[in-house]
Write a protein that binds this ligand. Structure first.
Ligand code: GNR
Ligand code: NI
Length: 180
């Protein structure tokens, strides 16, 4: 098992579009174990492979109270149903940022499990929200994309100032941002 580095907004690698997994082999199940360890350590209730700079359609989620019910989704395809609801969301790639986001209250999702077997799920509540949040990451989207340009810019500057995010691919040289 290994802890993976989580990319921080506005890192451009968060915009990469993840490709479907063709074969669920040992390397994929090792990656899922590492993603789960990284999610639990953070701590978070979900993590998309995009956030650890792997462009594959893999998501781990655990919305259980005791953080003991890991769910892995490979190539997830969600279909939103139900009304739109607004939830306060956080994201491990935007530390400290919590904003309201509108999403479907329920989703049907088909995916492969860690064992490579297809399954379907009807999700409600926080799980439904989390699935939509994670699949957005796989498509290169983050929740600030739903905000106005002005709010997005403020968040971008704040994270750059904190020095954790970078808008350079290398992530090595961080520009200083004036504190205005
Ligand atoms: O840990 C997380 N909490 C959370 C809270 C409300 C809605 C979505 C989430 S997902 C987030 C982890 C994360 O960034 N996943 O991509
Ligand atoms: Ni996120």
């Amino acid at each position: 098992m290994a802890l993976l580095d989580i990319l921080v907004y506005p890192d451009p690698r968060l915009r990469n579009k993840a490709l479907p997994v063709e074969t669920v082999d040992k390397a994929i199940s090792q990656l899922i174990d590492d993603m789960a360890q990284t999610m639990y350590a953070a701590p978070g209730i979900g993590l998309a492979a995009t956030q650890v700079n792997v462009a594959k359609r893999i998501v781990v989620i655990d919305t259980s109270e005791n953080q003991d019910q890991l769910q892995a989704f490979i190539n997830p395809v969600p279909t939103g149903t139900g009304e739109q609801v607004e939830t306060e969301e956080g994201c491990l790639s935007l530390p400290g940022v919590i904003v309201p986001v509108k999403r479907h209250s329920e989703v049907r999702v088909s995916a492969l499990g860690k064992d490579g077997k297809p399954f379907e799920l009807h999700a409600t509540g926080l799980l439904a929200i989390c699935i939509q949040h994670e699949v957005d990451h796989l498509d290169g989207k983050v929740f600030v994309d739903y905000l106005s340009q002005l709010k997005r810019d403020r968040i971008r500057k704040q994270l750059l100032r904190e020095g954790r995010g970078s808008d350079k691919s290398s992530g090595q040289h961080k520009e200083s941002v004036p504190a205005i």
